[in-house]
Design a protein around this ligand. Structure first.
Ligand SMILES: C[S@@+](CC[C@H](N)C(=O)[O-])C[C@H]1O[C@@H](n2cnc3c(N)ncnc32)[C@H](O)[C@@H]1O
Length: 242
């Protein structure tokens, strides 16, 4: 009986271990790498291409957001906020923002970023797993986070984000094609001892179906490809709002 229980809980345990591994990575060597990519300093050509791709992805997301009208007291969630680039962009647009990240160092950097931008008071920072977030938000953004999760982790996180979203969900995932470039990209992110080539690409249909089970429909999507950066950015809306 004990054995059966252990078998039943193993997938959950593996997901939790995977999250802890990511937390350690993004709170250590991964923080140094990503903070540099999201910063302004000199970079190698590979990382520069990731910075350029990420910058253009964020610009596209901001452009989509700017096409819409939100109430004056609109709330936004930046899930897996990293160093807070998009949290700050949301706060500058007047949203009351909640920014959550599993890695404490990332949250510290995001706080510093918001102070520099003069929008600290508009952002509630939380250190933790995005799946612990409750409440509902007009806009939910989750960029370059779900790429680190296999289908079994991706689906519940994606549904959690959708459940938190009243109106507009913006997220990125790793598209299924361009396999080689993606493997290089992912491989390059991790030190040899921590490389996780099982980090997943998702098919468009899997993502759309997962969102549909949470009542959201994909309205538009675009591939953003630059050097070693390859993601699909999508915007989904609540079915009843369409
Ligand atoms: C590649 S960075 C992207 C940062 C930010 N979204 C951006 O695009 O600028 C991925 C971030 O996701 C965070 N993360 C990974 N899994 C998470 C989880 N389960 N809950 C919250 N944050 C998570 C990491 O700590 C890291 O800061």
């Amino acid at each position: 009986m004990t054995q059966q229980k252990a078998t039943l809980t193993r997938p959950d345990q593996l997901e939790q271990e995977h999250k802890q591994q990511l937390r350690r990575y993004f709170d250590g060597v991964g923080f140094e790498r990503w903070a540099a990519i999201y910063g302004q300093g000199e970079l190698s050509s590979v990382r520069r291409s990731i910075r350029e791709g990420h910058t253009s992805m964020l610009a596209q997301a901001e452009a989509w957001l700017d096409e819409q009208t939100f109430p004056a007291d609109a709330r936004a969630l930046d899930a897996g906020c990293g160093t807070g680039l998009f949290s700050t962009a949301l706060a500058r647009r007047g949203f009351a923002v909640t920014a959550i990240d599993i890695a404490p160092q990332m949250v510290h950097a995001a706080v510093a970023q918001s102070e520099q931008a003069g929008v600290r008071e508009r952002i509630n920072f939380v250190t933790g797993d995005l799946e612990t977030i409750r409440g509902s938000y007009d806009v939910v953004a989750c960029f370059d986070v779900l790429i680190h999760y296999s289908q079994s982790g991706f689906a519940p996180m994606c549904r959690r984000l959708a459940q938190s979203c009243r109106e507009t969900l913006l997220l990125t995932y790793a598209p299924h094609n361009q396999l080689l470039a993606m493997m290089h990209w992912l491989g390059g992110h991790f030190p040899k001892s921590q490389r996780r080539t099982e980090i997943q690409m998702m098919s468009d249909s899997f993502v759309a179906q997962t969102l549909a089970t949470a009542g959201m429909r994909v309205c538009r999507s675009v591939r953003v490809s630059k050097g070693f950066y390859h993601v699909t950015l999508l915007e989904a809306r609540r079915e009843e709002a369409l």
